[in-house]
Structures are given as C-alpha cells and as structure tokens.
Design a protein around this ligand. Structure first.
Ligand code: TYD
Length: 210
C-alpha cells in the first residue's frame, strides 16, 4: 500500500501522519515513512534550496524542476524499492502537491506537470491520499502558534492568506477529480477524532490479526 498525506500548511498533516504511522507499526506492518521534498540525502539539499527564505527570486520553472528532481530521486531510491519489497509506504506530500502548488495555483502548465509527475513517479501511484482539509485561516493560525516570530517560517509559510486559500480550494478541486483515491478529512476536528477517522478508512486494508 502506498498512502500519501496532503493539505495546506498548518493543516495538521505531520501530527496525523506520525500518529497514523504509529498505529500501522503496532499492527506489525513493515512500513517506510517518508516525505517530499527531502526524503533522500540529495532531496535534503534540494529542500534547502526550495524552502530557504533567501530564494524568493527562484523562477517558477526552476522551482517546478527542483520538486520533480527531488521526487525522481526519492521514488527511485526509497518509494519504489520499498513497494517492491512488499512494504507499506506513507509519504508526507507527493505529486498532488506539485499539481496544486506549482500548477493550479502558481500557474505552471498543466500538461508539463502531468508529464513530469508521471516521469518522476515511475508508475508509483498512491492507493489512498488523505487530504486534511481546514480553512486557510486556521492553518495559518497553527503556523503562527508553532513559531514565535517570522524568522523560522519557510518560504511557503510566509505567503499570504490569499495564497493559502487558493491552495485549499485547489486541493479540494483535485480531490473531487480523483474521488476514488482521495479521502477528505475535516482537520478542524479535535486531533483524536481526526486520527479515528483516518483509522476507520484504513482498517479494511489492514492484515487480519492472528
Ligand atoms: P512540507 O514539508 O509539508 O512543509 P513542513 O515540513 O514545513 O510542514 O512542505 C514544504 C512546502 O513545499 C509546502 O509549503 C508545500 C511545498 N510543496 C510544493 O510547493 N510542491 C511540491 O511538489 C511539494 C512536495 C511541496
């Protein structure tokens, strides 16, 4: 199984992903937990370039290629070998993030993105994508609470409310287009309830006990 988590910044994705991974490990599933950008050593260097606040002048095409370069390395080094070995892979963001951020919101050519996503993912399609959905105001509030000042926020977290609103609706539109794969979870609910909903969705896929 290949499971991805998506959502706007501050949607609670990281918290839920680590709770989810813990639940899966408890069931004895052999699991790889990873993320984009930055799921490999090369990817970490790419992530540094992408998220650094000094790199605001990066041109959109260079940004797109870096996300895809990160993905190409990540899929071939981590995701594909793990899936081929029969492991479960849980990934914090994947190609839907590029479709939404670089494509639907930042305006890069849809066909180019589809082509690059296909090439970089080497046929590894998520079986389930959890979209943790919350209003952009709530996401930004959570980011504010996480950091006491502007210094530690990355390049995307510093973007405006309007940007985050667009990202939210782009994700919802994409989820609507791929209803079979996307599971939209209301992440304004208390943390335990969100975790329970995710568990309920995954439970039919878990191996039988005993
Ligand atoms: P993320 O790792 O989720 O941030 P954090 O670890 O701070 O929670 O994602 C980093 C940023 O990169 C996020 O704002 C979304 C952006 N992003 C894209 O624009 N395109 C992509 O393809 C991916 C994977 C992420």
């Amino acid at each position: 199984m290949f499971i991805t988590f998506e959502g706007i910044d501050g949607c609670g994705k990281s918290t839920q992903l680590s709770r989810f991974a813990k639940t899966l490990k408890e069931t004895g599933i052999s699991l790889v937990v990873t993320k984009e950008p930055g799921g490999t050593e090369i990817g970490q260097a790419i992530r540094e370039i992408l998220l650094h606040v000094d790199n605001n002048h990066i041109v959109p095409l260079a940004e797109l290629f870096l996300y895809e370069a990160d993905r190409a390395q990540h899929v071939s080094e981590v995701i594909k070998p793990a899936l081929e070995a029969g492991k479960w892979v849980v990934c914090d963001r994947y190609f839907d993030a590029t479709t939404v951020y670089q494509g639907m919101v930042l305006g890069q050519h849809e066909e180019l993105i589809e082509l690059l996503n296909n090439e970089a993912s080497l046929g590894c399609q998520p079986d389930i994508t959890f979209l943790l959905d919350c209003p952009a105001e709530i996401g930004l509030e959570r980011i504010e609470k996480r950091y006491n000042n502007d210094k530690k926020k990355d390049r995307f977290e510093r973007k405006t409310l309007n940007f985050h609103i667009k990202i939210r609706y782009a994700y919802l539109a994409l989820a609507n287009k791929h209803k079979d794969r996307f599971k939209i979870i209301d992440s304004t609910l208390p943390e335990d309830q969100v975790a329970r909903k995710i568990r309920e969705i995954i439970s039919p896929y878990l191996p039988e006990k005993g």
